[in-house]
Design a protein around this ligand. Sequence first.
Ligand SMILES: [Fe+2]
Ligand SMILES: [Fe+2]
Length: 274
Amino acid sequence: MESPEPRIGAHVRSALNSVPHSPLIDPLRRAFEAHSGALADIENSFRNFTSHAQTAERARYFFHSWSLTNHSAMCVSGIGNRITLRLLDERNGIDKPRLTSALLALHRISDEDLGALGGTLHADLFYEMAGLFCDGDAWLSRGFAVDSARAFKEYKNRSGLRHPDLMYALLSTTVHEVYTHGEVEFILPLFKDCVAQHFDIDEKQARRRLAWISIHCGPTEPEHFRHAVEAVEHYCAAMHVDPLAYDLEALFGEYIENKAAVMRDLSRLLPTLN
Ligand SMILES: [Fe+2]
Ligand SMILES: [Fe+2]
C-alpha cells in the first residue's frame, strides 16, 4: 500500500502552484517529491513532540535546536548586504537596476521578522512560545543544540554567506521560504491541541503563546517565497546567470535532508508515539 502523502508536501505544492512561471518551480517540485521520506520524518518528530507532556529538559533541546533551523532573517539580511557590495563593484556588465530590484525583493522576506512593519519581532514571539514549554528561558543556552542543528546552521551560513557565488544564497533562501510554509501550516493544529491538552492556560494566552506559528501561516510564507523567486529572477538578469546551469533539484534536496536530520535527532530524544 502506498504511504499517505506528507502534509508538509501538500502545503508546499499549493504554494508552488501559485508561482507557475519560474524555472525554479519544477526542480522544487521534484526535490520535495524525491525527499518525501524526509518530510514524513519531520512530521513524525513534530507529532511526537506535541502528543506528550514533555519534560522541560526535552523541550529545551527541541526548541533550541528547532530554532537554529528557522530563524532566517539574519541570513537574509547578510545576503542583502552582499548584494549591496556587488552594487558598489565597478566591474562592467552588471545590470545595476536589476540588481537593485533583486535587493528590494529580497528585503521583503524579512520585513515581518525584523519588525519593519511595526509588529512584534518574531524572535520575541518565539521566545514567548518556547518559554511556555521550557519553563523559562534556559532553552537559549547553546548547550541545547544537537549536533545536526549546529550542522544545519553551519550549512545555511555556508550557502548564504560564505559561498562566493550568491546564487547558492538565493536558492537556499527560496527553498527555505516555501518549506517553512509547509511546516507552519502542518504544526499549528498539533501545537494548538498540545497546549489545550497539557497546559492550564486560557484561549487568549494560548493564542499569544502560539503567535509565532500562527502569524507565519496563511499568505505570509508563500509571499516570502514569491519574493525569493523574484530576487532570483532579477539577480540572474543582472548578472547574466542561467539558473538551469545549477543542479537545482540537488540543492533543494540538500536543504530538506539537512532539516530532516535535525528533526530525526530530536525525535530520538523524545518518547516514541504508540
Ligand atoms: Fe518570521
Ligand atoms: Fe519566511
